[in-house]
Design a protein around this ligand. Structure first.
Ligand code: AMP
Ligand code: MG
Length: 350
């Protein structure tokens, strides 16, 4: 299959002509990758079991890992869910359109092929102008997991999508680099107390402000323990895994952290290995050797989220054997950043 690439001229105001072919593919049985404000999604008709199967095949994704259904308007949620609990309604009103996915009890229309066999369905309304208009034109809810091969870092540019999906999907809608860079926050509102299943740009602090009490699925804070099942099935897989062995380095302050990291890197470099170092603008000058990449500015954590997956991909491409990364405070957006870094490192932290 040849993967067609359609470049959107103005992502703030995409033209319908630019999106019509993609929309037709989505309404039919096709696979189309498109930009959202979080990462690139790999879209297919969420109500069509066969289309969902094609997503799993293209990604090499385990079929028990459910897909998020994307909608263009609030009212499009109704057909997908049995009911909208009050907490869900409040969150929709506050954060939609935006980087928040909500898990509801599913309606009969949603095939088990989309929900990985679960009786719940995850739904999100993206704010990205291209995603919004494309879903509207398709006229169906669009199931769209991240458009990477299973186990690879999520794609934040159309180039990343092509690296993984060229020849496996019908089309990539190219809207340049995405804004946020980490996947959506997921909150389960199907039970009595809302529960955070995956941290993202809508932070736990923001959720608590709206809801008061929010539980946190313990698996987002540490490795999956035997017998403890994450509520978001996808969280059990070693996502975002770079090819290199990755280690996170903690320290009481930046001085101690960078000192430790520098010593660990030096040891491997001396043994003749290629070593990647993930640092920030504040600490870049502290690393005289290794392949050093700054992922952003500590004072502006959104820059770190934005660059994180691109840096992991870059290290994959340049073939380093070891990666050492600095760590970040775990509050606000830092919770999402550390969740992704911990998973990428397989929780190897020193
Ligand atoms: P991705 O779209 O690749 O970011 O992955 C979707 C994430 O949403 C995975 O971690 C899934 O496990 C999670 N998810 C999707 N549907 C549900 C659901 N019904 N209940 C819990 N988690 C879900
Ligand atoms: Mg994913």
């Amino acid at each position: 299959m040849e993967t067609k690439r359609v470049v959107i001229q103005d992502i703030q105001a995409p033209k319908d002509e630019e999106l019509l072919e993609a929309a037709k593919l989505l309404a039919g049985n096709g696979l189309v990758a498109f930009p959202t404000e979080t990462v690139y999604g790999l879209g297919a008709n969420a109500l069509d079991e066969a289309a969902a199967k094609k997503i799993y095949a293209a990604k090499g994704r385990p079929s028990d890992n459910p897909l998020i259904a994307h909608v263009a308007r609030m009212e499009d949620v109704d057909v997908l869910v049995k009911e909208i609990p009050q907490a869900g309604r409040k969150l929709m009103e506050t954060f939609w359109p935006g980087p928040l996915t909500l898990v509801f009890p599913k309606s009969e229309c949603v095939p088990y092929g989309t929900t990985g066999g679960l009786d719940t369905v995850a739904v999100r309304m993206p704010s990205h102008p291209v995603a919004k208009r494309l879903i509207e034109l398709a006229g169906v809810p669009v199931a769209a997991p991240s458009a990477n091969l299973s186990g690879r870092p999520s794609p934040t540019t159309a180039e990343h999508v092509m690296q993984d999906m060229n020849g496996r999907i019908d089309m990539v809608v190219d809207g340049g680099a995405v804004n946020i860079g980490v996947e959506s926050t997921i909150v389960d509102v199907s039970g009595d107390v809302p529960m955070l299943l995956r941290p993202g740009a809508v932070t736990i602090e923001m959720l608590q402000e709206v809801l008061g009490k929010v539980e946190i699925d313990p698996v987002i804070l540490g490795p999956v323990q035997d017998g403890r099942k994450p509520k978001a099935p996808g969280m059990k897989y070693r996502h975002y895994a770079p090819k290199a062995q990755m280690t996170l380095v903690e320290g009481a302050d930046l001085e101690e952290m960078s000192g430790k990291l520098r010593a660990l890197a030096a040891e491997k470099i001396q043994q003749g290995y290629q070593v990647g170092i993930i640092c920030t603008e504040e600490t870049r000058a502290k690393y005289p050797e290794g392949i050093v990449r700054s992922i952003g500015t500590r004072g502006e954590e959104d820059t770190i989220a934005h660059n994180l997956f691109a840096v992991l991909r870059e290290f994959d491409d340049c073939g380093v054997t070891y990666i050492f990364s600095e760590t970040f405070p775990k509050d606000h957006l830092g919770q999402a950043i550390m969740n992704r870094l911990c998973k990428a490192a397989g929780y190897r932290i020193v």
